[in-house]
Design a binder for this molecule. Structure first.
Ligand code: UD1
Length: 471
């Protein structure tokens, strides 16, 4: 039977302009000579090629987000609120923070070197090692700002505790909204914060609404921006994250890329090589630091599972969970797989609420629906899984770093290196395709991409300090 998974043969069917296939990796890609934390060679001609290496499947579904506009208040309740009300009214003192966005006394205007901004679960995992690397150098004055995009303890506060990072000094408490409402809400609040706390650099992470909102404000305030995880591209303009990536990179002064294909994307878009650094994957720093602290035997006992005999699932992309038919397909596949081996599904709040809305069948003994998990618990479950099913960007990378097979229920990926070098496989989000991919998931270990060595934060910290001393 023909599978819907991404295979080298299938890669050759790519639409023109959609990217390079595995076998079509342009020779010049291999000629990138790049020393960690050094500028890309400015005479490199990669930017003149048509497209960098980039696996994808040839179709995609439009994404729709229909979150109601809500924001958090001091009580922790999330009331329905008008956009105008929320933009005009300052939010209350932050949970997961030591101060409000306007009232922080932590720093006065001129004594701050780096403001590290994060808003969502994956941002916190990227921020933690860089904060530690900068703090260890003792000299730089740091401040963490939380936009409040994620606000539940399980999605936010627990990460700061677990990863050993101090609570953010400021929480903008933007909460949930449509894309425009959330992005604009962060911008208004962050702009006011920058009036009183002007850092020498603003550091943003990843591709979420918080990333672009703060980058846009910083750029107009004339504050240099460093973007950690620059250059990733899915070429899927229906993905809100793709828009955030492209725009954030365009605004940034220092672009820290996790892989060579990301560097090539940037150069292809005309970004000066002087601003780009290949530093490796900062999530791997956190993964490597935390993995040895996990008691795997206890974890497996707690969840009543055996190593390599269960499937771990995480799905939250609007393109998968906001469409009843697609989510039903995924749900059916997981229920079916749960008849053969335990399927553990820690569901994102978005996914859980859609499952209720679409009246999907309840979990079964084999298909176990869980709440969002703390970082270390999720990492331990990933490390011991037979296979992981996901649509998350970070999980594609983490499974590659762990050497655990990964089935990504998406038609494209902004992280092609996880397919080309790692353990990842793209699969159409249909029940039959997913079940087939699960049955075929072998023990392919892949190889660890260049510079995914746990030292990325050190490279960024060294470069940022150098950039800041020259600024
Ligand atoms: C966001 C990012 C996505 C990232 C994901 C990680 C954007 C455009 N998307 O998507 O790239 O992969 O975070 O999780 O920025 N919710 C809660 N509690 C929370 C946070 C969210 O209940 O702590 C609910 C919200 O009420 C909303 C839904 O989850 O209904 C979506 O939250 P939102 O932050 O808008 O986007 P994510 O889907 O989490």
């Amino acid at each position: 039977m023909e599978t819907d998974t991404l295979k080298p043969s299938r890669l050759n069917d790519l639409k023109a302009g959609a990217g390079h296939t595995t076998s079509e990796v342009p020779p010049r890609c291999l000629r990138w000579v790049l020393v960690a934390a050094q500028a890309l060679p400015s005479d490199d001609k990669c930017g003149k090629r048509n497209q960098p290496c980039h696996p994808t499947l040839p179709e995609h579904e439009p994404s729709t987000s229909k979150s109601p506009w809500r924001t958090v208040d001091a009580t922790g309740i999330i009331p329905e609120q008008s956009c105008e009300e929320t933009l005009n009214a300052p939010p209350s003192a932050g949970r997961h923070s030591r101060g409000t966005w306007e009232g922080s006394e932590a720093h006065s205007t001129m004594d701050l070197d780096f403001m590290l901004v994060a808003g969502t679960r994956p941002n916190f995992v990227k921020l933690a090692p860089l904060y530690r690397a900068l703090a260890a150098r003792k000299g730089p004055r740091l401040m963490i700002t939380h936009t409040g995009q994620h606000y539940d303890h399980a999605m936010s506060g627990s990460f700061f505790e677990e990863l050993g990072v101090p609570e953010p000094e400021v929480n903008l408490e933007v909460g949930t909204g449509s894309h425009a409402q959330q992005t604009a809400g962060i911008m208004v609040r962050f702009e006011r914060l920058l009036d009183s706390h002007t850092p020498r650099w603003v550091v943003v992470f990843g591709d979420v609404n918080s990333t672009i909102a703060c980058a846009l404000v910083a750029a107009k305030a004339g504050v240099p921006i460093a973007h950690v995880e620059a250059g990733l591209r899915s070429r899927d303009w229906t993905m809100p994250e793709e828009i955030n990536r492209v725009l954030t990179d365009r605004l940034s002064d220092r672009l820290y890329a996790p892989s060579r294909d990301a560097c090539e994307n940037l150069v292809h878009e005309g970004i000066s090589t002087e601003r780009v650094r290949l530093v490796g994957n900062i999530m791997v720093d956190t993964l490597r630091a935390q993995l040895p602290t996990i008691d795997h035997a206890t974890l497996l006992r707690e969840y009543e599972i055996k190593a390599r005999h269960y499937v771990l699932v995480t799905l939250h992309r609007p393109s998968n969970v906001d469409h009843p038919d697609t989510l039903r397909q995924l749900w059916t596949a997981m229920q079916e797989a749960g008849r053969r081996e335990p399927v553990l599904f820690p569901a994102h709040p978005r996914t859980r609420s859609r499952a209720v809305e679409f009246e999907l069948p309840p979990a079964t003994a084999g298909f176990r629906l869980l709440g969002p998990l703390p970082y270390r618990t999720f990492l331990g479950l990933m490390a011991n899984a037979r296979v992981v099913v996901t649509d998350s960007g970070g999980v594609q990378e983490e499974t590659t770093a762990l050497g655990v097979p990964c089935v990504t229920a998406r038609l494209n990926t902004e992280r092609p290196i996880t397919v080309i070098e790692g353990t990842n496989r793209l699969v159409r989000p249909h029940a039959s395709s997913l079940l087939e991919a699960l049955a075929q998931a072998d023990g392919r270990r892949g190889r660890i991409p260049e510079l995914w060595d746990g030292q990325t934060a050190e490279r960024i910290a060294a470069d940022l300090l150098e950039a800041s001393s020259g600024a």
